[in-house]
Design a protein around this ligand. Structure first.
Ligand code: SAM
Length: 233
């Protein structure tokens, strides 16, 4: 269970109404019962139910069961697509260990508005499901050119472009240890001027994900898998 509260030996963790309903109503836990908690920074802790009630309760941390496992320093930048498929991309990025998930507005992005708080909740749920101890940050929708204008030094960018059939990820040794990012375009792909600008970036690596044009959500998973094969730990 994800909690927004410090975790540590003997630490008492108050429960929200929803968490109490989930633990005592759905999971049928009672006083003395045990549950694994994480908060994204203190690793995973086994906690015991100290108080159980309809409207709340409290857990007491007993022992740390997993140290914090920080994911590799990978950002996923993607142009939002249809709502359900954007949810899918966020969930898969959280499961596959992205450290930050960044919806970006490109020229051909359809005017999908995103709900950053809802997407962040999806990332938390995905982290809970895959037994993670870290929750990636989902940023609000930003224009791609603004993100690139403030691009942090050393971070390499894997620019996935279906027009570059056969382009493979070629890395110098010193690029392996650097922070990375993956960029996936919208359903309509990138515009020619965007493609040109992206290819000219000193930190960009243009990559093909194979001879077929993939849907953006498929491409996001394929790209993260390729990245992990090539670089991830
Ligand atoms: N431009 C394509 C078109 O109009 O048919 C569609 C773009 S595709 C649906 C969405 C994004 O997924 C692309 O911008 C690219 O980032 C990525 N993508 C899809 N297939 C790819 C491939 N074979 N190689 C590299 N990137 C791919």
């Amino acid at each position: 269970l994800y909690v927004e509260h410090p975790l540590g030996s003997g630490q008492s963790v108050p429960l929200t109404r929803e968490q109490a309903h989930y633990l005592f109503g759905v999971m049928r836990l009672s006083v003395g019962g045990r549950i694994a908690l994480f908060n994204g920074s203190d690793g995973e802790w086994i906690a015991e139910v100290a108080e159980a009630g309809k409207r709340g309760g409290a857990l007491s941390c007993v022992v740390q069961s997993k140290p914090l496992q920080l994911p590799p320093d990978l950002w996923l930048l993607f142009a939002p697509i249809k709502k359900a498929r954007t949810d899918f991309i966020v969930e898969k990025a959280a499961e596959m260990g992205a450290a930050r998930i960044m919806p970006v507005q490109t020229e051909f992005t359809n005017s999908e508005r995103i709900r950053q708080d809802r997407l962040q909740a999806h990332a938390v749920e995905a982290a809970e499901q895959c037994g993670g101890t870290f929750v990636p940050e989902v940023t609000d929708l930003q224009r791609l050119d603004r993100v690139l204008a403030a691009w942090p030094e050393y971070r390499q960018l894997m620019f996935c472009d279906e027009a570059e059939v056969g382009a493979a990820l070629k890395l110098a040794e010193n690029e392996k240890g650097r922070p990375w990012a993956i960029l996936i375009g919208p359903e309509g792909g990138f515009s020619e001027p965007e493609r040109k600008r992206l290819k000219a970036l000193p930190y960009a690596h243009v990559v093909s994900l194979g001879p077929r044009v993939l849907r953006a959500d498929t491409a996001a998973v394929a790209a993260m898998t390729m990245w992990q094969q090539a670089l991830g730990d």
